[in-house]
Design a protein around this ligand. Structure first.
Ligand SMILES: [Zn+2]
Length: 132
């Protein structure tokens, strides 16, 4: 396998591990809770919704930039951004918005071994059993 396809395969694998970790992190005993509307759903049906698009690599796997969202908020409402902003400020304080937008312009490089480390980290964090 050449480096480019190895790289892309690892990005996908990390996306999956990170998304699952986020949805577990944002679950309670009642299920996975949408960050922006509070609806509760099955973990498998919920999304890991990015505040700033995952196309910006410095924020793609930033835990503050990604939260569980229902399909309606993430897809139909394009992230439900007004509410997302309010919830982030509630949770982390108003400086979080500047922090995230500042990071957007950073050039992030993740080597395949670095991404593999993150995959191991998120798979390990994901072992807490949840009913959903
Ligand atoms: Zn929602």
């Amino acid at each position: 396998m050449n480096y480019t396809s190895q790289y892309q395969k690892t990005v996908k694998e990390l996306d999956r591990a990170f998304s699952l970790y986020i949805r577990h992190r944002d679950s309670t005993e009642h299920g996975c809770v949408c960050f922006t509307c509070g609806s509760v759903g099955y973990l498998e049906e919920m999304h890991a919704g990015h505040f700033i698009s995952r196309k910006w690599l410095a924020l793609r796997w930033d835990e503050k930039n990604v939260h569980a969202q229902c399909y309606t908020c993430n897809v139909t409402k394009n992230g439900n951004m007004k509410k997302y902003t309010e919830r982030l400020v509630e949770m982390f304080g108003s400086e979080i918005i500047k922090y995230l937008f500042d990071r957007k312009s950073l050039v992030a490089t993740h080597s395949v071994p670095e991404m593999k480390d993150l995959i191991r980290k998120y798979k390990k964090l994901d072992i807490v059993p949840k009913p959903f």
